[in-house]
Design a protein around this ligand. Sequence first.
Ligand code: GDP
Ligand code: MG
Length: 366
Amino acid sequence: MDQSKTDQDVSMNFLGIQAKPWIVVVGGFLGAGKTTLIVAATKELESRGLRSAVILNDQGEALVDTDLAKRNGMRSGEVTGGCFCCRFSDLMSVMGDLRKYSPDVIFAEPVGSCTDISATTLRPLLEYSDAYRIAPYTVLIDPARAEALLKQDAEADMSFLFKKQLEEADLVCFTKADVHSELPELLGTPVRQLSAKTGTGVAAWLDEVLSGVLTAGSEVLDIDYEQYARAEAALAWLNLQVTLRPPEPLSAAMVLGPFLDRLDTAFTANDIQIVHLKAIASSSQGYVKAAICGNGQIPVIEGALDSSPALELDLLLNLRAVGAEEEVGRIVEQELHGMKYKEENLRFSCFHPAAPVPERRIPALS
Ligand SMILES: Nc1nc2c(ncn2[C@@H]2O[C@H](COP(=O)(O)OP(=O)(O)O)[C@@H](O)[C@H]2O)c(=O)[nH]1
Ligand SMILES: [Mg+2]
């Protein structure tokens, strides 16, 4: 692919007509590495003189991903309160808003438990090809998650969602190549491999999705929406935002580390399976983000571990776990209060995702 803007794009901009931005939808299961790849791809595009924006999506509000995107200097928009398929008009309106930044590429990250994106998002998007260029639908796969969820005795609901996501991909990419060299066999699916952490494969992935060679929305699922709704509802969804005032100054890492340890221990003791737990603690001195994609994992940390202590810190937590919402909510509240810091401006929501009702669904032709 020509890595600079094309002559046509340049002359269109010269004439005051904005070139059509690419819409790159990056799906995949919770914790697959979607946000991390989008941040890395944005940096890669920047080095090519191209501008990007990102649309994050969640069933709730107060998103760690949006916070992280902003901290990485990204222009971002959000679709909240439902997935892209159920909020397709919101997606279109946020895409329109982001055009004020003249992006060459707009990344869109759907909710990690969401599937049937090809029929309900990609195909409806193709109807706007006069205004946007629609890239093929990439589904990211964490090799460790694939191994766990493709086993015979895998948790049935999560396995169902994972397999459906895989089935509808235009392009499958294994992530986290820096830690996983062994890949599970995915019969019949062409796969790529990358690491957003080291950058390996990121430029090649961008070249492939922006080349216009692969068709967008080529695979449409045969899916039972009752089963889909049941599978998503097995997850408890918790978003929390709070300002903490510890009795003595603490760094972001000194607040976040013990809090995640407490949560992990309490969930394991109560037999609740963490699917993705991500949190950001920040103060005027810096921020730390930590995430785990299962019980007992060592958190992956980003940000400034050595930031100076402060007396006021903001905490943002997004948790997806297999369990009852009441119990998940009770444990998080108990562990938050257990730290015995003064809490202010607490925003807390915990629920099971509602049954998906797509605004549009364009099934396979013929
Ligand atoms: N080692 C490694 N970890 C990664 C990579 N990409 C993402 N992660 C980690 O995987 C976790 C989930 O990533 P995230 O981008 O939030 O996943 P999402 O839920 O699909 O958006 C985070 O802790 C990331 O730091 C990678 O290429 N290598
Ligand atoms: Mg994400």
